[in-house]
Design a protein. Sequence first.
Length: 99
Amino acid sequence: MAEVISCDLSGVPVRFEIDRTQFAPAIDKNEPERRRVTTVQMGDAQFPAEPILMGDVRGFWAEGLAGSDVMMVMQGDGSAVYADTRAGERLTGTCEVLQ
């Protein structure tokens, strides 16, 4: 079952899922590398991203417009930051994990 992450970042609703099975190690060394992907709903926009799962940290990385990198990271306490380095955009807020 995937975790649903729901956020409010500077008034912008953000929602995505993390499927923990995508992070499982390969059973066989000849197995192809698994692609980790999620779909992010951010306001009216929707885009594919690579989910991040490190302990109690959740988030995603995606390629933004004109080849920029965008990243959103949620800490264990629910505080979150979204940044688009090329556009200079930074949003802060809170997220929660819905089961």
